[in-house]
Design a protein. Structure first.
Lengths: 299, 86
């Protein structure tokens, strides 16, 4: 175990949590075990200046990341300039190591969907998403990392697979990937694909950060209860297959990675979250070690 | 993808009566909304279970967002540390 952790340290991987007020005391008391903290952008919009100053103070103690959840770049309409302006101001104040956003549609026309919907996977949505990400980069001042999303429904009118679509958006936009392993896991369960093959179809050097989280099975509608789906709810512990995927990531990606544990509610004791972070460290280090062994010249 | 198709999908996610009409007759409802032949055909093949579960999940998220009231985190830290208020 010690040797594996040394490997991770050698490439300066970072491990952290998403900032939640309910976790604040636990995070502040354990900054020796937390390398980075992710802040949800929209939760800071409209915050008092005192609240923002408090986050700026936190940023002096631990590197922050800014994560958007409501920009919705995967849409035909241009992303809202006012949202981008607020994002730009937040990024300027907090000086995060990077900012990120989901490859999702969150509104259309005057309709707010309320969360992250998968866009139809077509050439047109690749172009539109890339244009929106370019607009975002020009206003915020840096390109976001883009995150693959979980979905309960294959978006209609799609003409390609999820991983083809995500890869094409990365190529067209120049944005690196915040790879959410639990989203890959959830989609692989719901739509029956091999999650390791999904990884193999991504350019490993374009993966810059990782999300891990948990979820649960939910029943189908009343008349189709037996057709269950797996929901990415951030309310459960990280399942074993996600750690297995993190090993596979470590074996493929050579650049330093930032790994974030997302937990939005039903908070367990802090020691349980820290234990999940330690498991993530060990998993990534195991993959790094495997890559080193594979690289080593034979006898 | 046309904006009209995108908007219709957003309405399916958020408008339960429309969704019920659509699931009862996808092509008829899509045609009534003025979508193209290709769009109507794509919607006819829609993942019905996924649509309903997605709609429920989005509705839950909208409810959560509407009910969430931010409490300054330092007050939670202070409460966790058991310090008296000044």
């Amino acid at each position: 175990m010690a040797a594996e952790v040394d490997v991770a340290d050698a490439v300066r991987d970072r491990f952290g949590l998403t900032w939640q007020p309910a976790l604040a005391a636990g995070i502040l008391a354990n900054l020796d075990r937390i390398d980075v903290v992710e802040v949800i952008a929209e939760e800071q919009f409209g915050a008092s200046s005192r609240a923002t100053r408090a986050l700026e103070t936190l940023a002096h103690q631990v590197p922050l990341l800014v994560h958007g959840v409501a920009l919705g770049p995967a849409a035909t309409a241009p992303v809202d300039a006012r949202r981008l302006d607020r994002l730009a101001r937040l990024v300027e104040r907090l000086e995060p190591a990077f900012w990120s956003e989901h490859l999702a549609c969150v509104r259309a026309g005057d309709i707010e969907i309320g969360h992250l919907a998968a866009a139809p996977r077509t050439g047109a949505t690749i172009d539109a998403t890339a244009a929106n990400l370019s607009r975002a980069a020009s206003i915020v001042g840096s390109r976001p990392m883009v995150e693959n999303i979980a979905t309960l429904m294959e978006p209609p009118a799609s003409d390609r697979s999820e991983v083809e679509w995500v890869s094409s958006v990365m190529t067209a936009s120049g944005c690196d990937l915040l790879l959410d392993l639990h989203n890959v896991h959830a989609n692989s369960l719901n739509f029956d694909f091999d999650q390791v093959e999904y990884l193999d179809r991504l350019d490993p050097e374009r993966i810059g950060a990782i999300h891990i989280a948990g979820g649960c099975w939910i029943d189908g509608p009343d008349d189709e209860r037996r057709e269950r789906r797996y929901l990415d709810d951030h309310l459960h512990d990280v399942p074993d297959p996600v750690y297995d995927l993190l090993v596979e990531v470590g074996a493929r990606v050579r650049r330093p990675l930032t790994v974030l544990l997302e937990r939005d509610g039903r908070f367990p004791p802090m020691r349980d979250l820290l234990w999940q972070l330690e498991r993530a460290r060990a998993a990534l280090a195991e993959g790094r070690l495997r890559a080193q062994r594979d690289d080593a010249p034979g006898p | 993808m046309r904006p009209e198709f995108e908007t219709f999908l957003a309405r399916l996610y958020t408008d339960a009566p429309l969704r019920a009409r659509f699931l009862a007759g996808p092509r008829e409802e899509a045609e009534r909304q003025g979508l193209t032949v290709e769009e109507c055909a794509a919607l006819e093949r829609i993942d019905r279970v996924g649509l309903e579960l997605s709609a429920r999940s989005f509705a839950h998220k909208r409810t959560l967002k509407a009910s969430r009231r931010a409490r300054p985190w330092w007050k939670l830290v202070r409460a966790a540390l058991g310090r008296p208020r000044h």
